[in-house]
Design a protein around this ligand. Structure first.
Ligand SMILES: [Zn+2]
Length: 227
């Protein structure tokens, strides 16, 4: 298979948006991870407060290695914070910790989009592993090209749907995070903008991932039509 220039046309917008989102995130995070939070709380302490207040004292807050590796694990029902955010007493650390707590709150509230996203995780994982193999099988065995491309398109559509569902889940987690941070007095009025900037920049990376997926899906549809 020779390199397809059409692929570049479809890949470039998502790639550029992705780079821009990463630059924006590292700028916002870099800035606000140097701004101490007035409450003097660490990310872990802020998360603990939010979780306890919601009656989720059984959800542990643990430290994990890596940069911005923070996440809520719905299977383990546990919150994992990167060292920087776990022990950081900064606007960025508290903001990220609150966002991850927001996912735990979604889980507790059985928020529809959160449940739907969780339900399609296994099929998405399978699709992301299998689709490349099927795609290339189509190029090697030209007689079954059409069938392979069709299956690859369905698999890629599932992956794109996952990215699409991720958006409301992420925006809602940030909304819940900000609500709790201000209600519990964990961040003050003048720190609101900083929290929003970090969380909005993080959300933008998910928008970029969706755009990339949609463009790649369109590319698959384009080569299907070309044959
Ligand atoms: Zn999130």
């Amino acid at each position: 298979m020779i390199f397809d220039p059409l692929w570049l046309v479809f890949a470039i917008p998502g790639l550029l948006l992705g780079i821009w989102a990463q630059v924006k995130l590292s700028h916002a995070y870099g800035k606000y991870s140097k701004v101490p939070v007035e409450s003097g709380m660490t990310g872990a302490e802020a998360a603990r407060r939010i979780l306890n207040d919601a009656g989720l004292s059984n959800v542990p807050v643990e430290e994990i290695p890596g940069h911005l590796s923070d996440h809520y694990d719905p299977v383990k029902r546990a919150l994992f914070l990167s060292s920087e955010n776990f022990s950081g007493r900064t606007v960025a650390a508290v903001g990220v910790a609150a966002h991850e707590s927001g996912h735990a709150l979604q889980h507790q509230a059985a928020y529809g989009m959160f449940n739907f996203r969780m339900a399609i995780v296994p099929v998405t994982q399978f699709a992301s592993m299998a689709y490349m193999g099927i795609f290339f099988a189509g190029f090697i065995f030209q007689s079954i090209f059409r069938q392979c491309i069709d299956i690859a398109i369905v698999m890629f559509a599932v992956m794109t749907l996952f990215q699409l569902v991720t958006l409301p889940v992420e925006f809602d987690a940030s909304r819940r995070a900000k609500e709790q941070l201000f209600r519990l007095g964990l961040v003050h009025e003048d720190e609101r903008a900083g929290v929003s900037k970090v969380l909005d920049a993080a959300a933008l990376t998910y928008v970029a991932a969706l755009v990339s997926s949609v463009m790649q899906l369109l590319y698959l549809l384009a080569i299907r039509g070309r044959r």
